[in-house]
Design a binder for this molecule. Structure first.
Ligand code: HEC
Length: 154
């Protein structure tokens, strides 16, 4: 009887784990900074697709707060000194996939930030975000996690 109960508990635990790991993907994907596999993939993608503008160390372009002569903004850092962490994951995903103008509803907004739809699969965009998030200090991660929660409740 004890063995049987033990088996049921194990089965339930496995079931819950499977449901948990499947659910976020069904809900459109997720960026988990604590998942070493996702972070490693994201690092590779970042170096290939983002580092040329956002910097190999996520430091952004020099004087990134000052508009260029053409009126466009330089690439901001993705580390804790930038404002990437001011946004919830879903918005970061959207900005990367369909572009800043589309997400912000700013038609005709001119920017050097490319949209990666059709260039990177969704899984690689989520992975890049996981990598970026993995570089933030705990206090910054906690604040961004808070924003994610608020965003999901709205
Ligand atoms: C050709 C240069 C370039 C490349 C490559 C590039 N970006 Fe950007 N990115 C920019 C610029 C410039 C901005 C600022 C745009 C603006 O605000 O008008 C930006 C802004 C962003 C923002 C908004 C940040 C914020 O706080 O508002 C995100 C998120 C972002 N980039 C993610 C990425 C990711 C992820 C990649 C790689 C998959 C990438 N970018 C590749 C130039 C680039």
């Amino acid at each position: 009887m004890v063995v049987l109960l033990g088996a049921i508990v194990v089965l339930l635990a496995v079931g819950a784990l499977a449901a948990y790991s499947l659910w976020p993907q069904d809900a459109g994907g997720y960026a988990n900074a604590d998942d070493p596999t996702q972070v490693a993939l994201g690092r590779r993608v970042y170096m290939e697709a983002c580092a040329s503008c956002h910097g190999e160390n996520l430091e952004g372009q020099p004087d990134w707060r000052v508009r260029l002569e053409n009126g466009r903004l330089p690439a901001p850092p993705h580390d804790a000194t930038g404002h990437t962490w001011h946004h919830p994951d879903e918005l970061l995903f959207g900005m990367t996939k369909i572009g800043i103008a589309a997400v912000a509803g700013l038609e005709g907004y001119e920017t050097d930030m490319p949209a990666f739809e059709g260039v990177l699969p969704d899984a690689e965009i989520w992975a890049v975000l996981a990598y970026i998030k993995s570089t933030w200090p705990p206090a910054v991660s906690a604040r961004q996690a808070n924003m994610n929660q608020q965003y999901q409740q709205n």
